[in-house]
Design a protein around this ligand. Structure first.
Ligand code: LLP
Length: 385
């Protein structure tokens, strides 16, 4: 079922705003549950960086997913939403002391550690508290992903993780630290990945690393493969549910597990991307010398993905089914990058029409800013309208 809009109800809300279709979100969560039930040692932690809207989080928590945080603020937000602390994985290349303290105080499931200095600080802070921190090492697997360069993370040139050649040495060091319990390995190769071969390459690399560790007498319990499953930005209405079946089946087919190992996933975009849309109103339709511009009241402060990554969000006019014309859709901000789409087909558009930018549930509302002293967009759930 495609995302649906009740235009009469949406028309009463001040624009721009985010709209979340709870049916799509629940169907997505059901699909994840159906697939992961096949593999009892698989655990999905929702990557809250994609969308931390409290109402969205509550639905995800009700579905029983764990959670992946990258800041103390995210830990506070997910605890407020009701997620149990023992389902929190905490990643991030530069954790501050207060964030480590918070994770320890709340007894989170696992810290994903990215460097030796970080490991030493966690050990010190844990010792001062008389606690033991459970840690996984984030390993940079040097596996490329077919996605935008700004959202590729698993190459040796990226800032993330520990180099493979240092892995054994670092694990041996971790084992000497009294307040650290080393449990396993963490990976993440990038985001918006649609080619299962990329995940297959990661699974094969993990197998190699596991064999090496086993030979060195260093078994692991936890394998965290990160997130990255992409969504269909081109045909969101025809294809609202990501291909979870192929995704989990790829790991199940290739990843060689030892007894009692658990596999953890950190899915963000694929969980929330398709349930959300940015709704904006047309302020003006301007006829330039060569082009027609639809000037909307949303700007890159509301949805930065087009300006930052050249991302394309399917854009539809909710108030017109007249014949299509060609437009550039632009925002009101005084920067030339404040452009949502160029040369797209929209039903003939006039001042006051509501425009929906689809597939905006992930990395939309959460990346909004107050530049130009603009108000932050509010998120509304379909079942509260
Ligand atoms: N785990 C780690 C360690 C990550 O860095 C990320 C995303 C995820 C999990 C979740 O990845 P997902 O399943 O959502 O692909 N703002 C960008 C995306 C940045 C992704 C950052 N890391 C965008 O709008 O495309």
């Amino acid at each position: 079922m495609a995302i649906t809009f009740n235009v009469e109800k949406l028309a009463d809300i001040r624009t721009p705003f985010y709209y979340y279709d709870t049916n799509i979100l629940r169907q997505t969560l059901d699909a994840i549950k159906t697939e992961t039930q096949k593999y009892p040692n698989y655990f999905v932690h929702y990557a809250v960086k994609a969308n931390a809207n409290m109402k969205v989080l509550k639905i995800i928590n009700e579905a029983g997913l764990g959670i992946d945080c990258v800041s103390g603020g995210e830990i506070e937000q997910v605890l407020a939403a009701g997620f149990p602390a023992d389902k929190i994985v905490f990643a991030g290349v530069g954790k501050s002391d207060w964030e480590i303290e918070l994770g320890l105080d709340k007894d989170i499931f696992c810290f994903n550690v990215e460097s030796i200095p970080e490991l030493e600080v966690i050990n010190e802070i844990a010792a001062a508290k008389g606690k033991t921190a459970t840690v996984c090492f984030r390993i940079n697997p040097n596996v490329g992903a077919h996605t935008h360069a700004n959202i590729t993370t698993g190459l040796a040139e990226n800032k993330f993780g520990i180099a493979m050649e240092d892995m054994e040495k670092f694990i041996l060091l971790a084992k000497t630290l009294k307040n650290i319990q080393f449990k396993g390995l963490h990976f993440h190769i990038g985001s918006q990945i649609l080619e299962m071969d990329d995940f297959a390459a990661l699974a094969n690399r993990i197998n190699e690393l596991q064999d090496k560790l086993e030979a060195a007498g260093l078994p692991i319990e936890i394998i965290n493969v990160g997130g990255g499953l992409g969504i269909d930005y081109d045909n969101p209405q025809e294809n609202p549910i990501p291909d979870f079946a192929s995704y989990f089946a790829t790991y199940n087919k290739l990843l060689k597990l030892r007894p009692n190992q658990t596999v953890h996933f950190e899915l963000g975009r694929s969980v929330v991307g398709q349930c959300g849309a940015l709704i904006t109103k047309v302020n003006y339709v301007k006829e330039g010398s060569h082009k027609k511009f639809v000037i909307v009241d949303a700007g890159f402060t509301d949805l930065i993905r087009p300006a930052l990554y050249d991302a394309h969000h399917k854009t539809i006019n909710l108030c017109s089914d007249a014949e299509e014309e060609t437009y550039d859709v632009v925002g009101p901000i005084c920067e030339s990058s404040d452009v949502f789409a160029k040369g797209i087909q929209l039903s003939k558009t006039k001042r006051g029409d509501l425009i929906a930018m689809l597939s905006a549930g992930a990395y939309g509302e959460i990346m909004a800013s107050g530049y130009n002293c603009r108000r932050l967009p509010i998120g509304y759930m379909s079942d509260e309208l």
